[in-house]
Design a protein around this ligand. Structure first.
Ligand SMILES: [Ca+2]
Length: 391
């Protein structure tokens, strides 16, 4: 039984962007969009993949009979010079067999929807925190969060003890990412990453994004080899993000944790692995276990706008409370005076902007997805789920 479970887990493993998570990550709303039908078929795919699991360190030559339920064009990636250079690099730097990689790329599909989805949104409506957060702080996700927390209370408590990351933050992230595993993505990671690595659309940041996805493609092959997983069995979002916490392959390699100790890091099927991996990711990105209590404090700003330059200090807590006060930022007296903070603005369309001061732990969440809206939604969803459970 154990072997079936672990194989299933490994094969279905889907991987986050960023920072690892962040830099590359698609907005959760989009990742959710791309996933609706996948769940029912995931079991079949994993079972199909199970038969082809290999013990050798070599990349299997043939893809398994994984059912693909999306339209992808058969494209001969090997026609592209950049792909051939990539194969050369993987062979010379990491010892992959050229013929095996050629076989894989010969079977990869071009995913046009991934190309469309990474294009910048048309300029339009101003940022609106209320609207954004209402997609995540809502009854269905809150109820699913309560169930998830109840079901995995032991693992959440174990993660809090081991990493110092409270359950509500982990529950907030997994809820915002995939509604607790409901929307983990249906694309073969090799298809989407090959498409985005070598056919990224014309955008101002095209070169850096292609480098990123090329690197994640390499990470996918490295992960598959290291963990003896058939590469085409890895499923994820249109941007290659895998599993309940939507880790990019590079993040799985660096920060993934086998938290249920079954020998596999399976972020798609193991909530325990997802919980441990999220906590580990945060700690590795600056989460400070010593900082108990809330990472954010409501603030008010003076009309003279002397605080405005403080909004441009990057995703880091660098200001002492007295520096904030001197610039016209006020906050409740209970704020711990020995910590550093950053000033955060949550724009609200035509309504008044909300201001907060935030400590290291808020900014650790922004390493998962580089957005104030994202980090604040994680915190609020976690708090709401905690309150719904009775605290
Ligand atoms: Ca595991």
């Amino acid at each position: 039984m154990k072997s079936i479970v672990s194989l299933f887990a490994a094969l279905a493993l889907a991987l986050v962007p960023v920072g690892p998570a962040a830099a590359a990550k698609e907005p959760p709303s989009q990742s959710a969009k791309a996933k609706s039908k996948a769940k029912a078929k995931a079991g079949k795919k994993a079972k199909a993949g199970k038969r082809v699991a290999v013990k050798s360190k070599r990349v299997p030559k043939a893809a398994p009979a994984v059912v693909i339920d999306y339209d992808g064009e058969h494209h001969n990636f090997l026609e592209w010079q950049a792909v051939r250079e990539f194969i050369d690099e993987m062979a010379s730097e990491h010892g992959f067999e050229r013929a095996e990689l050629e076989s894989l790329f010969g079977q990869a599909r071009f995913i046009d929807s991934a190309v469309q989805l990474v294009k910048p949104a048309p300029p339009g409506k101003p940022k609106n925190w209320e609207l954004y957060s209402s997609r995540f702080i809502e009854p269905i996700r809150i109820a699913a969060g309560v169930r998830f927390w109840n079901e995995h209370a032991d693992a959440l408590a174990r993660a809090e003890a081991a990493y110092g990351v409270p359950a509500d933050i982990i529950v907030g992230i997994i809820g915002v990412e995939t509604i607790y595993g409901r929307d983990t993505g249906k694309f073969r990671v090799l298809d989407t990453l090959a498409t985005l690595a070598f056919a990224y659309p014309e955008t101002p940041n095209r070169a850096s994004r292609m480098r990123f996805f090329r690197s994640e493609l390499a990470n996918t092959l490295l992960f598959a080899r290291e963990h003896k997983v058939e590469p085409f069995s890895l499923l994820g979002s249109f941007a290659g993000a895998v599993g309940m916490p939507q880790f990019m392959p590079g993040s799985i390699l660096k920060f993934g944790v086998d938290f249920n100790q079954d020998g596999q890091i399976d972020l798609r099927n193991s909530a325990e692995d997802a919980i441990g991996s999220v906590a580990n990711f945060l700690v590795q990105h600056g989460w400070n276990p010593e900082h108990r209590g809330t990472p954010v404090y409501p603030a008010e700003v003076s009309p003279n706008r002397a605080w405005e330059p403080l909004l441009d200090l990057g995703l880091a807590a660098t200001l002492r409370p007295e520096q904030l006060r001197a610039a016209g930022v006020s906050f409740a007296p209970g704020l711990p005076s020995e910590r550093l903070y950053g000033l955060v603005d949550l724009q609200n369309g035509a309504e008044a902007t909300e201001y907060w001061v935030a400590d290291d732990n808020f900014f650790a969440i922004t390493k998962y997805n580089r957005s104030y809206f994202y980090a604040m939604s994680v915190i609020e969803l976690g708090r709401t789920v905690r309150a719904s459970r009775g605290g």
